[in-house]
Design a protein around this ligand. Sequence first.
Ligand code: GLU
Length: 311
Amino acid sequence: MTDIDHIVRKIAADMAQEQDRGRVADYIPGLACVDPNQFGIAVITADGTIHVAGDGDTLFSIQSISKVFALTIALGKVGDALWHRVGREPSGSAFNSIVQLEQEHGIPRNPFINAGAIVVSDVVLSGHRPREAIGEILRFLRQLAHDDTIFIDDDVARGEQDTGFRNAALVNYMRAFGNIHNPVEEVLGVYFHQCAIAMNCRQLAAAGRFLMMHGRDPVTGHSIVPPTRAKRINALMMMCGHYDGSGEFAFRVGMPGKSGVGGGILTVVPGVASIAVWSPGLNERGNSKIGSLALERLAAATGWSVFNSRG
Ligand code: GLU
């Protein structure tokens, strides 16, 4: 057993013992029914070794982690022109805040809060039918993870659609400012379906490898994005990946990461590892409570951090 294997197993065993596991998101039945006692972790290192422990092969709803992949597609389509429509600053507000949008004239703070991600969905949708845009996001994840079994959970997508009044408010509000170019129901359809993609930690860590490998798929050697773009997506994850808990996550963990209300977190240590953790209970900021703790322990045990020269 390697050191990393040992560390990953120990973290999974320790996390199983934790009593205070946070609260499972309950705004839709597809998330509310998930057992909070689960914890999974997958670590893929730069040499391709995979370490999986706990419930690392159990599927969960990736939710906002999809925003990283949709952003990558949108940047591929329109490049830096995206930044005329979305900012790059941490928001300091909740993921679905509408107040900031008014002050900033319909330009969301960053692509990882809901408003920003909805603009990104609009960019991915432009020139396509909604079904094609959703298919493009799903295909991209399957390609990155080298796994054609990844799918969209229709129950979760329906739940998002039935309860997404705030997201509907955000998209309509931005449309009023001219920052949404397609019909609002179609944009929401793309956004809700990308949030409803189901993956496990193993697949998610695999999908994040291009961000660890400076934009390359380590399996094929093909370039997914130029190195500068990988670096910038990582920078955005560091500053904005955990909503109004991003500073705390950087302080405790020190790795670029993106969380979702399904309880997943994807983090990367450039040149070193791509990591996915999952535990459905959330902290008060909407980030996985046990997942964040596990990453803090992993960072402490390995020395992995972008703020650490050993990293
Ligand atoms: N589908 C959720 C929403 O838009 C995603 C939130 C999240 O994962 O942060 O409300």
